[in-house]
Design a protein. Structure first.
Length: 235
């Protein structure tokens, strides 16, 4: 079983995670989240995934990550997030880095400090962050593109453009990924696949199966049998 741990950052409130894979390969499935990562002695930004990523791992390799809340990646990096979709990019290629930090003692704490240094320089727009959080909640609630656009007083085309900029893909894809993750979490928590599918909003278990194969390349049963916890990795 892969070793996975997560904690809440004491200074940022962000989720800080650590994963040590249990084999030569690790599969990372879409989760609707972007991360800052410390991977193989590099600072990396992990873009939003639209498909599963298989990473070749090394013995005793540990990857650390800090999850970025909705809209935060755009505020920190100053680029449309869709430019990073399905990519793992050295942070220095996207933005000028703050002063170098030591990652030897506590990589999670160092990631948090890098985040705070970048945040101090970013001058984020609080209204834009609230808007991103609202779009994310609508997606988690399973609202359609039209309903989400109406809720926010936007034309659907404008909503898609903003969603691509803030999340890395459109609102329909964001809904699908959140639904997939919710069903997978319920199934891993002990619910039957049919109940997990219905609770998460799928038409039936077959619908869950098709979406899991499209997003993760595996069936829900295979994903549940793999007890590895989700954690991001760089390519």
């Amino acid at each position: 079983m892969a070793s996975y741990a997560a904690r809440r950052g004491t200074r940022t409130g962000a989720t800080i995670w650590r994963v040590r894979p249990d084999g030569p390969r690790k599969q990372v499935v879409p989760d609707g989240v972007l991360d800052l990562m410390w991977f193989r002695n590099r600072l990396v930004v992990a873009g939003a995934d639209t498909r599963a990523v298989v990473v070749e791992t090394r013995p005793d390799e540990v990857t650390w990550g800090l999850q970025l809340a909705p809209g935060v990646a755009h505020a920190l990096l100053g680029v449309p997030v869709h430019e990073l979709t399905d990519q793992r990019v050295e942070l220095s290629e996207v933005v000028a880095l703050p002063k170098r930090r030591s990652f030897e003692a506590d990589p999670g704490d160092a990631l948090e400090q890098v985040f705070l240094d970048m945040w101090a320089r970013a001058d984020p727009d609080s209204s834009a962050l609230r808007f991103a959080a609202s779009l994310d909640r609508a997606a988690r609630d399973g609202l359609s593109v039209r309903a989400t656009a109406d809720l926010h007083g936007l034309p659907e085309r404008s909503l898609r453009r903003l969603s691509n900029r803030l999340f890395g893909y459109g609102p329909k894809t964001l809904v699908q990924i959140h639904r997939f993750q919710r069903a997978l979490h319920l199934a891993r928590s002990g619910q039957s696949l049919s109940v997990a599918a219905a609770t998460a909003g799928y038409v039936d278990q077959a619908h869950f199966n098709r979406e899991a194969k499209r997003l993760a390349g595996r069936t829900p049963a295979e994903l549940v049998a793999d007890s590895s916890k989700p954690g991001r990795a760089a390519g």
